[in-house]
Design a binder for this molecule. Structure first.
Ligand code: NAX
Length: 327
């Protein structure tokens, strides 16, 4: 049997933690033959640590054959020791009266500390996924705070936007959601993201031709996908958790085990493709194999798409300029 791998999850006692840990321990992220050791980080606060103990009691009560060990931590350096995968879920939510700049600064502090901790103690091959918002900028901060780790090991979650876009397209066209290929989401995990189905196919047929309605694209599809998080909060009284956990599993699984030639969306540090400046943490179409991702190159960017890409890029540049003095 395989040697266990170490999976660190931060914010482990939160909503997404509760939806993701059981699936990781069941083998849905890294394979049904891959034992895992969970290294769970929460803030030192007594209530949070106690809640984390409760989650661990439930994990224990599932008697998962693949769960080879688990530990609770309050210190990121200890939590990230030798970790092969790090899911950075915990973040500071926007409190009442908090300005965007305050939110960025509070999270900059968390992700600077966690980036440094990864730099110090994680496996040199650690794969990092940032889920906590603002996810792209938090991933950028962690990457910049971990100079001894390869920059390409830091990624941000755009997969929930990708999955939301796929399901909206399936509902519109009647194709099965699992048949949709070559879909992508460019940019920031925020309402500014640009979900792009121009290249998408189902059963070899063009999705764009099937829809053939640019008015729907611009005025219904993009706003629906962009504001989906807010619509879930409005309906549920709580932010997306199970679907976010599912997207994180999809992102990590495809990165670790390969996408078999299929396009997936990942937020990754730009190498300059499509005119996105180097290091900007940006959603791109990628194909994954052997634990690596490759940007899908050579796609035509039309005027509408360029305008959308410019808008989401500008937002990210403003966010990243807003934290530059903290790095
Ligand atoms: P919760 O508030 O339920 O849980 C967050 C947990 O993180 C809490 O238990 C808190 O104590 C812990 N935490 C806070 N700071 C920490 C730190 N420095 N170290 C370790 N733990 C820490 O939030 P939840 O619903 O689980 O969402 C978590 C994050 O995901 C939020 O930032 C949220 O905005 C973000 N999301 C990102 C999505 C994406 O697509 N990228 C979608 C879903 C979600 O909204």
């Amino acid at each position: 049997s395989k040697k266990p791998v170490r999976v660190a999850v931060t914010g482990a006692a939160g909503q997404i933690g509760y939806a993701i840990l059981f699936r990781i321990a069941a083998g849905e992220m890294l394979g049904k033959d891959q034992p895992v050791i969970l290294q769970l980080l929460e803030i030192p606060d007594e209530k949070a640590q106690k809640a984390l103990k409760g989650v661990m009691m439930e994990l224990q009560d599932c008697a998962f054959p693949l769960l080879a060990g688990m530990e609770a931590y309050a210190d990121p350096v200890a939590a990230f020791k030798d970790t092969d995968y790090a899911l950075l879920v915990g973040a500071r939510p926007r409190g009442p009266g908090m300005e965007r700049a305050d939110l960025l600064a509070a999270n900059a502090q968390i992700f600077t500390a966690q980036g440094k901790a990864l730099d110090k103690s994680a496996s040199r091959n650690v794969k990092v996924l940032v889920v906590g918002n603002p996810a792209n900028t938090n991933a950028y901060i962690a990457m910049k705070s971990a100079p001894s780790l390869p920059r390409e090991n830091f990624t941000a979650m755009l997969r929930l936007d990708h999955n939301r876009a796929a399901s909206q397209i399936a509902a519109k066209t009647g194709v099965a959601v699992g048949d949709i290929e070559k879909l992508t989401v460019w940019g920031n995990h925020s309402p500014s993201m640009y979900a792009d189905y121009r290249f998408a196919t189902a059963g070899g047929k063009s999705i764009k031709d099937m829809i053939n309605d640019q008015e729907w694209n611009a005025n219904t599809f993009l706003p629906t996908v962009g504001k989906r998080g807010a619509a879930i909060i409005e309906a549920r009284g709580l932010s997306s958790a199970a679907s976010a956990a599912n997207a994180a599993i999809d992102h990590m699984r495809d990165w670790a085990l390969g996408s078999n030639g299929k396009w997936v969306t990942m937020g990754i540090p730009s190498n300059g493709d499509y005119g996105i400046p180097k290091d900007i943490m940006f959603g791109f179409p990628v194909v994954t194999s052997n634990g690596k991702y490759e940007v899908v190159k050579g796609l035509d960017i039309d005027a509408f798409s360029q305008e959308r890409i410019n808008k989401t890029l500008k937002e990210l540049q403003e966010e990243q300029a807003g934290v530059a003095h903290l790095l």
